[in-house]
Design a protein around this ligand. Structure first.
Ligand SMILES: C[S@@+](CC[C@H](N)C(=O)[O-])C[C@H]1O[C@@H](n2cnc3c(N)ncnc32)[C@H](O)[C@@H]1O
Length: 276
């Protein structure tokens, strides 16, 4: 099986093959920085917020070791999840985790570059695609979104939860934001998306924008990024070397878009046809 599509994916693969054990030691099976103290609260929030429904056929694009997919399969009736990761280390762990929970009928793991989903799954295969802090690894976002458009059924939904570069009207602050984002990108093999250009790419392929929002969780449930700071300090990956000139560099957002059911220009205003 050809898992790799481009050089960046190869570097991301190496990064996760090398570091997954470290991530799991600190994060557990859910490798997400923005989370709740009790991670299942965040996963159940995700189900509601993303609108993952019983009976859906979904693609988990960048599935880690299938921590989220397993929770969804255990809590959403008749869901069918194809879950892909670029890392063979994660793929093998995901296979074992799924088998241990006896969820082989609900989740199919794939060792696959998410840029290649269209050739792997064909057109109009999924009711929904979700990216949970995985979209930003792509350095070919147009190619990736194009592929998502192809594999989504008409009326299907794309959900992206990720970190996006903050913007400032202060030149010095923006310079620091840019510098810190570059450091994070290098440390994590990431390409922190810019919100406006991401929305432009998503809309340019024809997806309808439904929602842009910060994750709406209670402040007393919020984990406050402690785990990701611990990870950085323990393993010296993206470590913050001084707070004097530190500027918080990112915002977390959830994006929800739908693929229109009817592409005829005369019907393009009938948004409710695609009610998420
Ligand atoms: C921060 S982890 C998030 C994992 C998972 N969504 C979770 O919540 O536990 C990023 C994931 O994106 C995956 N990923 C990054 N680039 C990828 C690519 N080109 N194709 C498939 N998966 C990719 C990595 O393998 C990793 O599993």
């Amino acid at each position: 099986m050809k898992a790799i599509n481009n050089n960046n994916s190869e570097r991301v693969q190496e990064f996760y093959n090398e570091n997954t054990e470290k991530f799991l030691a600190v994060y557990g099976d859910i490798i997400q920085a923005f989370r709740t103290l009790n991670i299942t609260d965040y996963l159940s929030y995700t189900i509601k917020s993303a609108g993952i429904l019983p009976g859906m056929k979904v693609l988990d694009a960048g599935c880690g070791v299938c921590g989220p997919a397993i929770y969804f399969a255990e809590n959403i009736l008749d869901i069918q999840i194809d879950a892909c990761t670029i890392s063979d280390v994660q793929f093998n762990m995901a296979k074992k985790n799924i088998a241990d929970k006896d969820l082989g009928n609900s989740i199919t793991p794939h060792l696959l570059d998410y840029h290649t989903i269209a050739s792997r799954f064909g057109n109009e295969a999924f009711d929904m695609i979700y990216f949970l802090e995985s979209f930003g690894h792509s350095t070919s976002k147009m190619e990736l979104i194009d592929a998502c458009w192809k594999v989504l059924k008409p009326g299907g939904k794309l959900y992206i939860k990720d970190l996006f570069k903050r913007i400032s009207n202060d030149d010095w602050e923006q310079l620091r934001i840019d510098e810190i984002c570059t450091e994070i990108n290098t440390a994590y093999e990431y390409d922190i998306p810019d919100l406006s250009s991401t929305l432009n790419i998503l809309r340019s392929v024809g997806l309808e924008l439904r929602t842009v929002k910060v994750p709406e969780i209670e402040i007393d449930q919020f984990e406050k990024l402690t785990i990701s700071n611990t990870f950085q300090n323990l393993f010296n990956i993206g470590k913050i070397n001084g707070w004097d000139e530190y500027i918080f560099p990112i915002d977390f957002y959830e994006l929800i878009l739908t693929k229109p059911k009817d592409l005829k220009p005369k019907n393009m205003h009938l948004y409710s046809l695609n009610k998420p």
